[in-house]
Design a protein around this ligand. Structure first.
Ligand code: HEC
Length: 286
């Protein structure tokens, strides 16, 4: 009996070897490639090439075990996921500023937490494992780059809206004696829903998609306003917050070219994230 099962398993193993994965890499266009465009210091370029490019680029080098099913399928699945759904360094320059900033933010988190490179990968590729120094260097580099992109977006916004105070705080709010104001749960949910709407990268950079997003935000905004149960000074502060928010959303709903739309949505996202610096939810009764 055991022998039969063994033979059957072996037969299956042999048969699945015929289902080979497609190992052709999509074309690499130099003008879009991260390392080529961003031109990081050599040390950084080496780290990213060794530890990230095999999955997150179109220059995958397939290891010997990629010839063995079902490992090969699992591997291919990972590479597709890493490239298509998350981050493809070979297509960096095709991403808009908001997406670049978003990816860098996630990359910092992933590297900090030791989630990237995937541990299932570093087992087989010890050279890709990052030591503590490399983690620090890489994070520092990502942070600097992210700040540059944010600045670029901010400059554009300043130029296009003629508000030139760089040091101006994101929102014009006061704290409650150094503490945050308490916001009702519907308000918190509304803000979080708006962050979620903008956090999703747009499928295609088309004005109509951004405008649709603006309208989606406006729905959330109206819901938030009608569900607000806050009173007193907290309510006044919320008022100071939602007026500029409304203006920004209207700007997005009426934006006319993809760059302007892109930066406006990035600006709204920053503004929404700033909400948490001034408000918090009621703490749960203990
Ligand atoms: C073995 C392949 C592999 C390697 C090497 C790898 N990644 Fe990933 N990465 C993935 C896969 C698969 C996902 C999507 C699933 C997940 O989040 O676990 C992903 C997701 C990500 C995400 C998106 C996370 C999110 O929550 O949206 C970022 C950012 C990222 N990787 C950055 C990096 C960086 C930076 C490196 C190099 C230091 C790296 N990865 C190395 C496979 C890899």
């Amino acid at each position: 009996m055991l022998k039969k099962i063994g033979l059957a398993l072996f037969a299956i193993f042999v048969i699945i070897q015929f289902f080979r994965i497609d190992k052709t890499n999509p074309e690499v266009i130099a003008e879009n490639d991260f390392i080529n465009v961003v031109n990081p210091p050599e040390e950084i370029a080496a780290i990213i090439k060794t530890s990230c490019y095999n999955c997150h680029s179109n220059t995958t080098q397939y290891p010997w075990y990629s010839n063995v099913a079902p490992i090969s399928w699992w591997l291919k699945h990972h590479i597709n996921e890493a490239r298509e759904e998350e981050l493809n360094f070979s297509e960096w320059e095709t991403y808009n500023l908001a997406k670049k900033v978003n990816i860098l933010k996630e990359a910092i988190e992933e590297v900090e937490e030791g989630e990237m490179p995937l541990s299932s990968y570093t087992i087989m590729h010890s050279e890709s494992k990052l030591n503590a120094d490399q983690v620090k260097t890489l994070i520092h580099f990502f942070e600097t780059l992210k700040a540059e992109y944010e600045q670029e977006a901010q400059d554009f916004l300043n130029e296009s809206t003629k508000e030139e105070d760089d040091d101006e705080p994101i929102s014009n709010l006061k704290l409650n004696d150094g503490k945050k104001w308490i916001a009702n749960p519907e308000t918190i949910t509304g803000i979080n829903n708006m962050i979620a709407i903008l956090g999703d990268p747009v499928e295609e950079e088309r004005v109509i998609l951004y405008v649709a997003r603006g309208q989606q935000l406006m729905e959330e905004f109206k819901l938030l306003v009608s569900n607000c149960t806050m009173t007193g000074e907290a309510h006044d502060q919320l008022h100071n917050y939602i007026l500029p928010l409304k203006e920004k959303i209207e700007l997005l709903s009426n934006c006319e070219d993809t760059t302007a739309c892109d930066f406006t949505s990035l600006d709204i996202l920053r503004f929404l994230n700033d909400f948490n610096n001034y408000f918090e939810g009621e703490s749960l009764p203990s």
